[in-house]
Design a protein around this ligand. Structure first.
Ligand code: GLY
Length: 586
């Protein structure tokens, strides 16, 4: 397996953009990006907090904190509970990134539990006789399924960071799977959306359908096989999933239905501990996800560009214009350069340094939108909102933190359950490029760096993040497919402007991802007068059919000795501060 590490490479040709009219009007701050030493915080928070996308998952985390667990044990409990109660959004068949801060020594790390392609995966498997990509093979059924990362990550978290045994942290999820939980509106809507694909997997249909159709909200979903699989993980750690009876059932189920998994794919799956990326925006320290997430690079590139402008003093239309221009440029970089760091060399440091920001900002005009076609060309893209995927944030009373974003790639992933396992397999192979230049998952463009290859991790947009000033710490993230990164950028700018947790998660959202050349926005997020000004600058605007995102945010204000937690009002999640203050879900 080729293994090369990211490092400082010569500036790629495409980064040397032609000089444009240089904006000095608002250029007041230069962003500095450097490796920020990990430091233990001098004080501990006055309360613990958990914000997750489902009240039962938040409750599972609280149970584990109350049982003496730390934030990392609670992260195991919340991840596993989400696998049970949000099976269309994350789960044991999926992957994720857990960004950790251990306060006793300031150790910060990202647990990369991203799925890997099975060794037998090749581009040819997904290209038809006429040379076109067979999209359905990347979406539905076991051929689309990547090797799961979540079970190994939970074992790793418990063994290296937790205080409690896996058997204790997994207990709430096992109980939920056996006793059942009431299906909510969001889940039944997702089942309806994936009905045809779920019907084709008898084990999935048996779990999630009633009379061959979606269940009514309130229907109790019990998952005995999943409870048994979690029990195996609880008893035997990672071997309980990647070897032994569960592995056998996974392999038999996948292969009987036309998939390509082999014993060695499961046995060799490993999580990777990766050093987070760091940057500073207006004195605020950003700690974010490194590749194979594109999130940290995208976030830091955009903030780096935006730190050149005094955004707070600008009219709203100008602010949205500049933020959209920064998004346009960072998403262009994503498509061109990024992939699995264990397989491809990427100019990571170059992309997040101030010189690169200066180079790309030079082509931004204050008085007109750039056409994406004016920038160096990369593959075409279209937007996707991603109702799947899940994020949670945790702060414990010792100051340990977790920001974790977990993914089932499309609602219910591959919509395939291996018989006898209860595990929804994930069509994460759809996040790879099959042919450079063609559209991939969420319509994001991509090049050779993210080309499918056995053992490789697909590029992700998941962006678990810490945002920390001298007096305030935020732990945040969201699902949302290609829009994840732009949502975290908007939230970071709102935090920098002093907004409170509830306001940040509720704020209207907009997004630009290079191609299509359009600012997509939530209905009502851009006022008509502001929209008219943006159109006058040459932007095309498009309202999304519905709101998007499901941000989970914890904010610890050290000066005021206050912890707030907020769960996105677009979802059904629960944010709880323990012990003093009640839930702050807006
Ligand atoms: N599956 C969505 C992502 O990882 O970005």
């Amino acid at each position: 397996m080729p293994a090369s590490r990211p490092g400082r490479l010569p500036a790629p040709a495409a980064l040397r953009l032609p000089p444009g009219p240089y904006l000095t009007l608002c250029c007041i701050l230069a962003m500095q990006l450097f490796t920020v030493p990990a430091i233990a915080t001098a004080e501990t928070p006055p309360a613990a907090a958990i914000a997750s996308a489902h009240p039962l998952a938040t409750a599972a985390g609280i149970e584990i904190l109350n049982a003496g667990g730390n934030a990392f044990d609670a992260a195991v409990a919340v991840s596993a509970a989400l696998a049970v109660v949000e099976p269309g959004s994350s789960g044991l068949g999926g992957g994720g990134f857990w960004l950790l801060h251990r306060d006793s020594d300031g150790h910060q790390i990202m647990i990369d539990g991203r799925e890997r392609a099975p060794q037998a995966a090749t581009p040819a498997l997904f290209i038809g006789p006429d040379g076109t990509v067979l999209r359905e093979r990347l979406m539905d059924g076991p051929l689309a399924a990547a090797i799961p990362g979540v079970p190994a990550a939970l074992d790793h978290l418990a063994r290296h960071y937790g205080r409690l045994p896996l058997s204790r942290s997994l207990a709430p999820a096992i109980r939920l799977a056996r006793d059942g939980f009431a299906a909510d509106d969001k889940l039944t809507a997702m089942i309806r959306f994936r009905l045809d694909a779920l019907r084709r997997s008898p084990a999935a249909a048996a779990l999630f359908l009633v009379n061959d159709g979606p269940p009514a909200p309130g229907h109790i979903i019990r998952q005995h096989d999943l409870a048994d699989t979690l029990q195996q993980l609880a008893q035997h750690g990672r071997d309980g999933f990647y070897r032994g009876p569960v592995a056998r059932r996974l392999l038999d189920g996948v292969r009987a239905a036309g998939g390509i998994w082999q014993d060695s794919d499961l046995q060799h799956y490993q999580v990777v501990e990766r050093a987070p990326l760091h940057g500073v925006y207006r004195g605020i320290k950003i700690t974010a996800a490194p590749p194979p997430s594109s999130g940290g690079i995208g976030l830091l590139t955009m903030l780096n560009i935006l730190s050149r402008y005094d955004l707070d003093r600008l009219p709203e239309a100008t602010r949205i214009h500049l933020i959209s221009e920064a998004m346009r440029r960072a998403y262009r970089d994503r498509a061109q350069y990024l992939g699995d760091p264990d397989f491809v060399a990427m100019p990571v440091e170059r992309l997040i340094d101030a010189d690169h920001a200066a180079a790309v900002a030079a082509s931004i005009h204050l008085d007109r939108a750039t056409r994406s076609t004016e920038l160096p060309e990369v593959a075409p893209t279209t937007a996707g909102d991603g109702p799947d995927t899940s994020h949670f944030s945790i702060l414990d009373r010792d100051g340990n933190r977790v920001a974790a974003t977990l993914s089932i790639n499309y609602p219910f992933g591959a919509a395939f359950v291996a018989p006898g396992t209860g595990v929804v397999l994930n069509d994460e192979l759809d996040d790879f490029v099959i042919q450079p230049g063609t559209r991939i998952g969420y319509g994001l463009g991509g090049g050779a760096a993210n080309l499918i290859q056995g053992g490789k991790r697909p590029l992700s947009s998941m962006t678990p993040t810490f945002v920390e000033s001298d007096h305030q710490l935020a732990i945040l993230g969201t699902p949302g497919g290609s829009r994840i990164i732009s949502m975290v950028v908007l939230a970071t700018l709102q935090l920098a402007a002093g907004q409170q947790a509830a306001a940040v998660v509720a704020a209207g959202r907009y997004h630009h991802q290079f191609l299509p050349d359009v600012i997509s926005h939530e209905p009502g997020a851009i006022a008509p007068g502001v929209a008219a000004t943006l159109q006058g600058l040459g932007h095309q605007l498009e309202a999304t059919s519905r709101p998007y995102g499901n941000m989970q945010l914890i904010l610890w204000d050290r000066r005021q000795r206050r912890v707030e937690a907020a769960s996105d009002p677009r979802g059904i999640g629960a944010a709880t501060v323990i012990p003093a203050i009640a839930a702050t879900k807006p």
